[in-house]
Design a protein around this ligand. Structure first.
Ligand code: FES
Ligand code: FE
Length: 441
């Protein structure tokens, strides 16, 4: 490719003397950049594979593609969570053609080799043609993904066998995953299936957008109008204010960031509260949830679990939105100007139907693919990508807003979360060797 490490580093222009932080738009449009991202970012970072609740029991599996590599995410016969490359060691056919299910074994459709749900080759048609001791060394078993680790139920893989442990990689982000895991007395689960959608834009724009507090009042004006119409004064009393709300952005290390609020937000969610208008029954459910949280976690932690709303960004491409519902989304580039999203809703295991129903409506209303937020956001990202075609006239994106403040306090609209991402992106793209992730300090 035509980019040297210095060129790649130069795509992010961080100039403290000028309070300037800019990203060159070719980082969002150039196919050569995408090729390097696949190698230096997606093949070196911990990537979200799925949640352990998706694999209900031994043999449960989900076929999922992660950075272009088809995988089988499976719980083996002994209940262990594993990830195999979904490719036949014989002549390379995709082995598992179902999206999800339960299986003791997987049979390749081409010549019929069969693999156990622990990846072992357990059968080949015409076995008499094979020598004794064939596959004694396991070379014809399903190849396993080099690394798989779990944090609070969130399962990650790494294609780099020498990667640091997930724990080190996640750094300060772990705490925020824990606050979600603690919402349910029996843990959390992915609800129903997967939502899939796509946008004609660069994948990094969705990462930026997933914790962009600045765009909400304009891009999502229709949602706030809707809340105001529906809830009247009750809405005005809760109206989101950048000054009133506890809101801040934190750099969590290794490119991860969180944008969080506490109180004074206009929407409701199942743990903390419901928007006015849900009625007494909803209030009774909230009170019950709070009592249970305090009993289980003590008042301090219960308060954190109930009241903190946040958008968590885990480098490079996982957003966990703990706002009016809990959404997990991950997204991969197909081309520099096209990405595909997979998103899931999470809820406490065993949540009562009425609460789950409110959660679902709350989710669909805003975060769902047809809600108030997602179509607006997709449109904004596509407008950006279209704008980049004018790039000779304006080749840089500006992410400098509030830059001078970040040492002491970064408010939600200061764009620290984007700079945190881009600094890590720059360092990884410019490093030809694997770069080390830091222990959380
Ligand atoms: Fe799978 Fe031949 S390619 S059995
Ligand atoms: Fe948005």
């Amino acid at each position: 490719h035509r980019f040297s490490s210095a060129d790649l580093r130069g795509l992010v222009d961080e100039d403290h003397a000028r309070n300037r932080f800019r990203v060159h738009r070719s980082a969002l449009t150039d196919p050569a950049v995408l090729e390097i991202e696949r190698q230096r970012i997606f093949d070196r970072c911990w990537l979200y594979l799925g949640h352990e609740s998706e694999l209900a029991g031994p043999g449960s599996f989900v076929a999922r593609t992660i950075n272009h590599r088809p995988l089988i995410f499976v719980r083996d016969g002994e209940g262990r969570i594993r990830a195999f490359f979904n490719v036949c060691p014989h002549r390379g056919a995709l082995v598992c053609r179902e999206r999800a299910g339960k299986a003791k074994s997987f049979q390749c459709a081409y010549h019929g080799w069969t693999f156990s749900n622990a990846g072992r080759l357990i059968g080949q048609p015409g076995k008499e043609a094979y020598p004794d001791g064939f596959n004694a060394d396991g070379a014809y078993d399903l190849p396993e993904v080099p690394r798989l680790e779990v944090c609070h139920g969130f399962v990650f893989i790494n294609y780099d066998a020498a990667a640091e442990p997930l724990d080190v990689y996640l750094g300060g982000a772990k705490f925020y995953l824990e606050l979600i895991a603690l919402q349910g007395a029996a843990g959390m689960e992915i609800v129903g299936g997967t939502q899939e959608y796509s946008a004609r834009a660069n994948w990094k724009l969705l990462l930026e957008n997933s914790a962009d507090g600045y765009h909400a009042p304009t891009a999502h004006a229709s949602y706030f109008d809707y809340l105001s119409d529906r809830d009247g004064d009750a809405y005005k009393n809760r109206k989101f204010s950048y000054n009133k709300a506890f809101g801040q952005v934190l750099d969590l290390g290794n490119g991860h960031a969180v944008s969080e609020s506490q109180g004074a937000i206009p929407w409701g969610r199942p743990v903390a509260r419901w928007v006015p208008g849900w009625g007494e029954e909803a209030q009774a459910d909230i009170d019950r949830i709070r009592v249970e949280l305090v009993e289980r976690l003590g008042p301090e932690k219960a308060e954190m679990v109930a009241e903190r709303d946040y958008n968590l960004l885990i480098f490079p491409n996982l957003a966990v939105l703990n706002i009016m519902a809990v959404t997990v989304r991950t997204f991969y580039p197909v081309a520099p100007d096209y990405f595909e999203v997979r998103a899931w809703a999470m809820a406490p295991k065993g949540e009562p139907e009425a609460v789950k129903d409110r959660r679902l409506r709350n989710f669909l209303e805003f975060l769902g693919p047809g809600g108030f937020a997602t179509p607006d956001d997709v449109e904004m990202l596509e407008l950006c990508q279209q704008g980049y075609q004018a790039s000779i006239g304006a080749p840089w994106n500006d992410l400098s807003k509030g830059m001078f403040r970040e040492a002491e306090y970064a408010a939600k609209q200061d764009e620290l979360q984007m700079r945190t991402f881009w600094r890590q992106w720059r360092d990884m793209m410019a490093a030809e060797e694997r770069i080390a992730f830091r222990e959380a300090g």
